[in-house]
Design a protein around this ligand. Sequence first.
Ligand SMILES: [Zn+2]
Ligand SMILES: [Zn+2]
Ligand SMILES: [Zn+2]
Length: 416
Amino acid sequence: MKTVYLNTLSGGNFEVLCQDIFLQYYKVPVENMPLVNDKGRDLIIHSPDGDIFVECKHHPHNPIGRPVVQKLHSAMITENVSKGIIVTTGYFSKDAVNHVNINNLPIDLIDRDRLKEIAYGVGYSLLLSESDDKSGSMQYIPPESGEIFKDHLSSFISRTLLSYPNSISSELAIEEKKSVLVPFYKVEYDVNATFSTSVGLIHTEKCSDTLYLRQQDLSLCDSSFSQCFPASSFKSYDPVADMTCVDQSGPAPTMNELTKTAYEYIINKHTRSVSYDGRNNQSYTKTCAPSKKDILIKDVTHVYIPYSDIEFLLHDRKRKMSLAENHTSSFFVLNENFLNCEICNSKISSGMLCNDCGAVVHVSKKKSHGLKCSFCDKTVCISCSQYFKKYLFFKKPVCSACAIENKLKTKRYKIS
Ligand SMILES: [Zn+2]
Ligand SMILES: [Zn+2]
Ligand SMILES: [Zn+2]
């Protein structure tokens, strides 16, 4: 498989590339017309059913409009040619597509996606660019700041910690936020593989997916990471002015290393162990691993994801957390140690913020280190709460303020 970066090609290079692709695809001579005065066709495919005129348009970011279709069509009429092809590294305008369809023109419109497919079939992997989608720009997620970020963080914490009467957002104050843009490769690919044995087809693996490789070491990010960053998360921006906020650790890999690693991960991810019954009714297991030719790497994009270290106050107590931002409250968590119970140190899946002392504690059916006051519903840690007995054996939790106010005879919990 030969990898070609479309953005490195001149218009002339692109014609030569198309010439080779059509030569291998049609297996007939393909003539490249002189660049000057090409009379509205760049290539002629000398097919046994008659010549095919080909117009090549290397415009990755612009649509091909109706005039290009009309020009090729009139060249076809003049030369009495009955089939035409327009191939572009970009896409076609609606107007151009409608013009072909309404007039039933014998012209095939091949956009970048279809060109990639055809090229792939004859041994070319076409990628738009080695790094960015638009040359000179960077694709990244800008770090958030201010109230928007605070809202996302507070929604995130609220999903784990109950806090009453003060809400998490009223108890949260962000003190410091430091972000670096960490470079990744976003690899978009298709897998289309079928597996057969003597009993016939036993497995089909067909999907489109995205994976992320960290630039630093080409390590694969797990699928929960990919889910946090759908392809649409990234936008093109002018390069950030202050490159000190871009993580520069490690040299960029070569495209060969990158695609080689990507293929390995993809093959590994889509390898299945399939059980089937043989003709003799015996059960067999076959490892179905897609091969490179079953995989189409559609695009590799260099993207940057903001990794942020946050210092914040929660009920006036200093906390820290690290996360990879995605402009939602379901960001990718890198470090959330503050969500460990302060009393038993267990990881909190459900917990409370003590509205008396600011402790973060766990709550569970079996044993909780956080309680709700029976009188005022305040969430309090077990150190800040007391209990009184009702009907001799029911222990009822109560906060210190309510214990005094109601003149209760209370005892402190034994903390274990
Ligand atoms: Zn605990
Ligand atoms: Zn407390
Ligand atoms: Zn109370």
